[in-house]
Structures are given as structure tokens and as C-alpha cells.
Design a protein around this ligand. Structure first.
Ligand code: 1GP
Length: 240
């Protein structure tokens, strides 16, 4: 069964999915086994791997190590083509729908094909929407795009809906890694009402309360990275 089908199946049973994001730029191989042990004992259901500014090859080495430590699906969440590796289980094939930079709407995707041809990676087309959170995020800096204003809920909803109609299988609402404020409950609710495909929410979630709020508002998968990097005891609050 494919990872995407498993996601649909879990959602149909009202399960809450939690992806732990590992940024190859920040994760040291030395600390990995300890981190993975905590992750395995937590409610995490997926491991995402990716970052905005990762050096060539580092992602592949890290994914190989992560796979040795967990049975959870490992999904690439790449900031660039260099982070695509066949060692992972799946790839979020992200199109930055909030922006108007053709590189991140289609060009990087064309360049990734030579790596994907013949590979067993499960490719999951994902509409990626960056939402303003009060400070400039690295997604914004690297992609040279503007996020959608947080009070323009209609534009967020219309953009998500356009992604669904283009055939994307997931919508990802992103406040940016380390965001001061996560994506608001109003935005999550409005998007959830409009689309039928699964909704991912991430960026700036660092408390159990914020995590619960995201689920209650309609997030199917919540992504957390920084909170686990900065506070190892956060895993303890999310024990199985
Ligand atoms: C970033 O949505 C992810 O792309 C997670 O963000 O690091 O703030 O948890 P945090």
C-alpha cells in the first residue's frame, strides 16, 4: 500500500498524523540515534527530511541513517533538487503556489525528472502555500517570493482550491520554519472547508496547545521541526 493511501486511510479513521521534520543542515549524525529513539517512542507517524539550504549529498547520507533507526515512512520535503534521493520512501513534489516565481512552480520539477526517472520514490504532488507570519522566513528568502498576507483568507482558500483542481494530492499551509506565529485557526478552518484532499500544516508550532489547535481547526498532518531541535523534552510531552 502506498504512503499516500495510508494517509487517506488514517484520515478516514480520524487519526491525527504528526510529521517530525529533520533539517539535514541542523541534524548532526552523532546525535541522530538518540533523537530517533525519542521520535520512535513518540506519537510521530511520519519523518520529513528537508531544508532550505542543504549542501549536496548530505540529505542522502542522513536519510540512509534515519532509515536504519525507524520503520516510519521517510518523506522528502526538499528545498531544492539536490535533496532528492531514492533512499527515501516518498517525495513531496512541492509547487510553491503562493508565489509567482516560475522556478518553484515548474522549473525545479523539470530539473528533478532525471533523478526521478526509474526511481521507486513515491511522488506526491503537493500545493505549498507560504503564509505571512510577521517575519521574513527562509522559504521567502530562498525562493524570492512573497507569502500570502495572513488576513487575505480568501486568497489562501482560492489558491488551495486551485491546487486541488490542478490535481495536487496534498495542500501544505506553511508559516515558515521557526515562525513566530503558526498558521491561524481561521485560515486552517477556511481551507479545510473548501478542499477534499488532506491538509498539512506546519511552521512555528512549539506547544501541545498549538498542536491541538491545528488539529481541531482541520489539519490532517501537522509538521514540527524546530520545537524538537530546541527542546528535547518536547518529545516527552508527545509520548505514545
Ligand atoms: C517548516 O513547517 C515546517 O517547513 C516546520 O516548521 O521548524 O517551525 O516546526 P518548524
Amino acid at each position: 500500500e502506498s504512503i499516500y493511501n495510508n494517509i487517506l486511510h488514517s484520515i478516514s479513521k480520524d487519526e491525527r498524523l504528526l510529521a517530525v521534520l529533520i533539517d539535514p543542515d541542523k541534524m548532526k549524525l552523532k546525535g541522530l540515534s538518540d533523537f530517533m529513539m525519542k521520535l520512535n517512542n513518540s506519537k510521530a507517524t511520519h519523518v520529513f527530511v528537508g531544508g532550505s539550504t542543504v549542501e549536496d549529498k548530505i540529505t542522502e547520507v542522513l536519510v540512509i541513517e534515519i532509515k536504519k533507526h525507524t520503520k516510519l515512512p521517510v518523506i522528502l520535503f526538499p528545498g531544492d533538487v539536490t535533496q532528492v534521493t531514492n533512499e527515501a520512501d516518498a517525495l513531496l513534489f512541492l509547487s510553491l503556489l503562493s508565489g509567482r516565481n516560475p522556478d518553484y512552480l515548474i522549473d525545479k520539477h523539470v530539473k528533478a525528472i532525471s533523478k526521478l526517472r526509474g526511481s521507486k520514490l513515491e511522488v506526491i504532488p503537493t500545493g505549498y502555500l507560504l503564509i505571512e507570519n510577521g517575519k521574513e522566513t527562509s522559504v521567502q528568502r530562498v525562493t524570492q517570493t512573497k507569502p500570502i498576507a495572513k488576513n487575505d483568507i480568501q486568497l489562501v482558500v482560492d489558491t488551495a482550491s486551485a491546487g486541488e483542481l490542478l490535481g495536487m494530492k496534498l495542500i501544505y499551509l506553511e508559516a515558515g520554519s521557526g515562525a513566530l506565529h503558526p498558521v491561524s485557526e481561521n485560515i486552517i478552518k477556511a481551507v479545510k472547508q473548501e478542499i477534499k484532499i488532506p491538509l498539512i500544516v506546519g511552521g512555528g508550532i512549539k506547544s501541545i496547545e498549538q498542536l491541538e489547535n491545528a488539529y481541531k481547526s482541520g489539519a490532517d498532518i501537522v509538521v514540527i521541526g524546530t520545537a524538537f531541535e530546541n527542546d528535547k523534552s518536547f518529545f516527552d510531552k508527545l509520548k505514545k
